[in-house]
Design a protein around this ligand. Structure first.
Ligand SMILES: Nc1nc2c(ncn2[C@@H]2O[C@H](COP(=O)(O)OP(=O)(O)OP(=O)(O)O)[C@@H](O)[C@H]2O)c(=O)[nH]1
Ligand SMILES: [Mg+2]
Length: 282
C-alpha cells in the first residue's frame, strides 16, 4: 500500500458493485474493448478483469496515444497481441479516430458471425467497454457514436453506472464505470495510477505523490524538470519541490512555501501534458 493513499476511500463500494455487474454483463457480449492509458499501459491493467473477460476476444485500446511518443508506446504493444486479441493506439478525442474499430470487432468475432450466417441470420455485435477510471472509455464510445452520448471528464469516477449505446451499423457497446482493484500492492503502480488521474484526488497525499514523481524524473529523464527551470541534479526531490514553489511564488500567508499548491500544480501539469510526452511504466 502506497503511503499517499488513504486506505479508507480509494476502492469505493461502487467499484466492487460495478465489477460484480460486469461479470454478469459479460455473458451478454461477444467481446471486450479494454481501454488502457498509454501513459501507463502496464499500470492500467486491472487484475480483476482476467476472471471477468474469460475467453472473450479482446480489443485493447492504448488510449491517449497523443500524450506519449509512438516509439516509446510501440514497445508495449507486443504484450497485448494474441490469437484472440488485437491492440490499437488511439487518440479518442480526434474525430474519426475510431473508424478502424468496427472492422476489427468484426474480425475478432468472425467465428460467431460465420456460424450465424450459416444459420441464415445477421450478427449484431455487442462489446463491453472496460478499463480503469479516467482511461477514456466514455470518450471512445462518443467517438464511435459520432456524437456526445455519454458524460466524460478529466477525473476518476465520471461514469456512475452502465449504459448501452447503439452504433451506426447496429453494433452495441456497453459503457461501464472505471474500476480499480482492492489491493494495489505495487507502490510504483499506485503512483502511476494516481498520476494519470485514475485515483480520486481526495484520497491522495499530493505532496507525497509530487515527490515520488520528481524521484521518477530524477531517475529516468531529468530534462522533464527543465519545464520549471530546474537544472541542478544534486538537489534532493524535496529541494526541487521547494525550488518550484519559489519559482512559481506559491507562498502561504506567513511567507512559508505552499507545498500543497505546488504539488498539485506539478501533477496537474503532468496530466495536461505540459511536461512533455511521458510514459510512466518501464
Ligand atoms: N489527450 C487525450 N485525452 C483523452 C483521450 N481520451 C479521453 N481523453 C480525456 O480523458 C478524460 C477522461 O475521459 P472519460 O472518457 O471521461 O474517461 P472514462 O474512462 O470514461 O472515465 P470514468 O467514467 O471516470 O471511468 C477526459 O478529459 C477526456 O477528454 C485521448 O485519446 N487523448
Ligand atoms: Mg466514463
Amino acid at each position: 500500500m502506497s503511503e499517499f493513499l488513504n486506505k479508507l476511500n480509494w476502492f469505493p463500494g461502487h467499484m466492487a458493485k460495478a465489477l460484480k455487474e460486469m461479470s454478469e454483463e459479460v455473458k451478454n457480449v461477444d467481446m471486450v474493448i479494454y481501454v488502457l492509458d498509454a501513459r501507463a499501459p502496464k499500470s492500467s491493467i486491472n487484475p480483476e478483469f482476467v476472471g471477468i473477460i474469460g475467453s472473450k476476444p479482446i480489443l485493447y485500446i492504448l488510449n491517449k496515444a497523443d500524450m506519449v511518443l509512438p516509439e516509446d508506446l510501440s514497445k508495449f504493444k507486443a504484450g497485448f497481441k494474441g490469437n484472440n486479441s488485437y491492440v490499437l493506439e488511439l487518440n479518442s478525442t480526434k474525430t474519426g479516430a475510431t473508424k478502424m474499430i468496427e472492422p476489427i470487432m468484426t474480425n475478432l468475432c468472425r467465428e460467431k458471425i460465420e456460424k450465424n450466417r450459416a444459420k441464415g441470420f445477421n450478427t449484431r455485435l455487442r462489446a463491453m467497454v472496460i478499463g480503469i477510471p479516467n482511461s477514456g472509455k466514455s470518450t471512445l464510445i462518443n467517438n464511435l457514436c459520432g456524437k456526445k452520448k455519454t458524460i466524460t471528464g478529466n477525473k476518476a469516477g465520471v461514469t456512475k453506472g452502465k449504459q448501452w449505446l447503439t452504433l451506426g451499423n447496429g453494433f452495441e457497446v456497453l459503457d461501464t464505470p472505471g474500476t480499480l482493484y482492492p489491493k494495489i500492492t505495487n507502490n510504483k503502480t499506485a503512483i502511476n495510477l494516481a498520476m494519470i488521474g485514475s485515483i480520486r484526488n481526495e484520497v491522495i497525499d499530493m505532496p507525497e505523490l509530487a515527490i515520488d514523481f520528481i524521484n521518477f524524473c530524477k531517475s529516468t529523464n531529468f530534462g522533464i524538470l527543465s519545464y520549471y527551470n530546474v537544472t541542478d541534479k544534486t538537489l534532493s526531490s524535496l529541494e526541487i519541490l521547494e525550488q518550484i514553489a519559489e519559482h512559481k511564488n506559491f507562498l502561504l500567508k506567513r511567507g512559508e512555501l505552499d507545498y500543497d499548491k505546488t504539488a498539485f500544480a506539478i501533477i496537474d501539469d503532468f496530466r495536461k501534458g505540459k511536461l512533455g510526452k511521458i510514459i510512466l511504466d518501464n
